[in-house]
Design a protein around this ligand. Structure first.
Ligand SMILES: [Zn+2]
Length: 431
């Protein structure tokens, strides 16, 4: 699937060597601080500014590994106690802004993007730092602001008008589980039942795949029937514009199949009163496409014949922090460079292959590994196959095929499976 996703580079699973554990109850209230930021820039500049702080009851993110990140990703949030400087919370994200920075348009235009990060509400004054990394893994922007306990301008998110929702799968208590929401986009009030049926299909499909099947008791999945005024979603290359709950559209960055929403405030506001940590948006359209941004959201087209595999693929990005394993030659700018090992677990430039799946590779396997004699959808031979991360040369994938490469095979490759397993454990087990 030719959807582009954010890709910068660097070492992996940095975080899992942890210092002293941060105890949730010592540092945090059981409530959420939402920080809305605006990222502005061009292909060479970036400025971060704070838009607004919000608060809401309950914290539905992780309560373990609080001072670690699962992967480096291309942006990070670090919260430190103002008095002692102790790191009390970290998270990593990808952003559409940084992806846009690698597009041709960014060479001649300044643009702004919304970015919203949720974090547990600190009990004492804290400093929140946002760090962005460029495609060479260098820090390219930093922004720090203080969060003061009792700040009267932290605006509460009121939950008087909670969207209609249903539980699709309940693994257990929110405190122990990963809370996933599936949201309706482009469904009218009269189409709510169609949405609930589509959401159930997405939920069932995801939980069929390993490692989600093995770990499904660690997930809660809720469907949220947001109402749109019009049915369907915007498809600019066909001249179709619709008034929908989340203002999503195809043609993101002029790529026909790239379906996203840039309205992250609208998205997070729509979830007021509903526990959520990971977001899947399903769009009421039969047009082919989707998008997935690590720790932001997955967006997928419900009435296209490839709905099921695309949903799982995009969740591989938004939850699993996986890279695309396909390649093509027509992209504007390279994402991966030979001297930089990507942070994504399922691709390598061989700069530091030992940090990837070298431990899974049978002795004597040639690197790179030729595909001669293997079928196009071989899922049994692990190797180091050239072509991944949108590049036909210099970036390698672990299997000939994978859910992160095509819609045809019915599974993640073993390297992606291990990466997703680690991610589930990161959210639910103290390291
Ligand atoms: Zn894979």
């Amino acid at each position: 699937m030719k959807f582009r996703h954010i890709l910068t580079a660097c070492a992996a699973f940095l975080s899992l060597q942890v210092s002293a554990q941060v105890n949730f109850d010592q540092w945090f209230n059981d409530s959420t601080l939402r920080a809305d930021y605006i990222f502005t820039g061009t292909n060479r500049t970036q400025t971060i500014s704070l838009d607004e702080l919000r608060s809401s009851a309950g914290w539905y993110g992780r309560r373990v590994n609080l001072d670690s990140v699962a992967v480096r990703a291309n942006s990070q949030l670090t919260m430190t106690d103002a008095e002692t400087g102790t790191t009390i919370y970290r998270a990593s994200f990808n952003t559409l802004f940084q992806e846009w920075q690698t597009s041709e348009e960014a060479a001649s235009l300044t643009k702004s993007f919304e970015n919203i990060f949720q974090m547990p509400m600190p009990k004492k004054d804290a400093d929140v730092k946002i760090t962005l990394f460029d495609t060479h893994a260098r820090v390219c922007a930093e922004f720090t602001h203080r969060v003061k306990v009792g700040d009267i301008l932290i605006r509460p998110i009121l939950a008087n008008n909670v969207a209609d929702h249903r539980t699709l799968f309940k693994g257990g208590d929110s405190k122990d589980c990963i809370d996933v929401v599936i949201l309706a986009e482009g469904y009218t009030k009269a189409e709510a039942d169609v949405f609930y049926a589509d959401a159930q299909v997405a939920c069932d499909e995801l939980l069929k795949y390993e490692p989600f099947a093995t770990y499904k008791q660690r997930f809660n999945v809720t469907a949220v029937a947001l109402e749109s005024i019009e049915s369907g979603v915007s498809i600019p290359h066909l001249g179709v514009w619709k008034q929908t709950a989340l203002s999503s559209s195809f043609d993101t960055f002029y790529s026909n199949r790239y379906l996203t929403t840039l309205r992250l405030k609208q998205l997070n506001d729509a979830l007021a009163g509903i526990p959520y940590e990971h977001i899947i948006i399903i769009a009421n359209t039969d047009n082919y496409g989707g998008g997935g941004i690590y720790n932001s959201y997955t967006l997928t087209a419900a009435h296209n014949s490839r709905f099921k595999p695309v949903t799982v693929h995009e969740f591989g990005h938004s939850f699993g922090a996986l890279a695309d394993e396909y390649a093509y030659d027509d992209q504007y700018e390279e994402y991966y460079f030979p001297e930089i090992e990507p942070w994504e677990q399922n691709i390598t430039t061989l700069a530091d292959f030992n940090s990837k799946w070298a431990d899974m590779l049978p002795a004597g396997t040639p690197v790179p590994t030729p595909t001669k004699g293997l079928s196009e959808q071989d899922m049994t031979h692990i190797g180091v196959y050239e072509g991944a991360g949108y590049q036909t040369h210099g970036v390698y994938r672990p299997f000939v095929d994978c859910r992160m490469k095509t819609n045809e095979v019915p599974e993640f490759c073993k390297v992606c499976e291990r990466a997703i397993t680690r991610m589930i454990q990161f959210y639910t087990e103290q390291n």
